[in-house]
Design a protein around this ligand. Sequence first.
Ligand code: 5RP
Length: 234
Amino acid sequence: MGKAHANLSAQDRLKQDAARAALDLIKPKLTTTSVVGVGTGSTTNFFIDALAEIKHVFDAAVSSSEASAQRLRNHGIHVLDLNAAPRVDVYVDGADEVNPVGQLIKGGGAALTREKIVASAADEFICIVDESKVVDTLGQFPLPVEVIPMARSLVGRGLVDLGGQPVWREGVTTDNGNWILDVHEFMVADPLVMETAINNLAGVVCNGLFAINAADTVLVAAGSGVTQLQSRDT
Ligand code: 5RP
């Protein structure tokens, strides 16, 4: 076992392997003017820790959450507000589920809205997962939907009409001051259609389907190594 893997669970080792593979992929492309978009979650935390090793190679990061911004700053990485970033070269983030064409469910950490914003702003979206996240059909993981608090019940009824079983993630307030409904029993046959349908419910801020902006590249870590699942361009 490598030193970097010391004291990690088997799943965390895979998350770290995926994160390091992303670093290897982006490092040759970075310049001193590059801006790196950074996601949220335990897999992304491994990426942030790895990114710190090359912090002098790029200009700054844009973060998808207060938590990731704090971790980046703790490493001495300059964090830019997205409005101040001339461009975002690449966005790296984990996911809760990935299907074979790189469409995702995200938002387990309640950061889906800012994640979708930074992913949309980036020239390239690299998703990093361990093999447990790969599924044939999205939806075994409850789909997070960020809602304006006053619309929680209204949106909930709309999600039932769409075929799901929404459950309020009580006690959680997003970085944007909103609430989360997790939609259970909701296998998503057509992620593009469902992402749009949920977005069209009044009171929805964002939903955790990333199909309109799927990942360009998905790096999947397994015991046998890290492989590239899918490229949107191939
Ligand atoms: C946070 C997210 C995360 O990327 C997702 O929940 C995966 O997290 P982890 O890497 O901890 O398994 O979408 O909102």
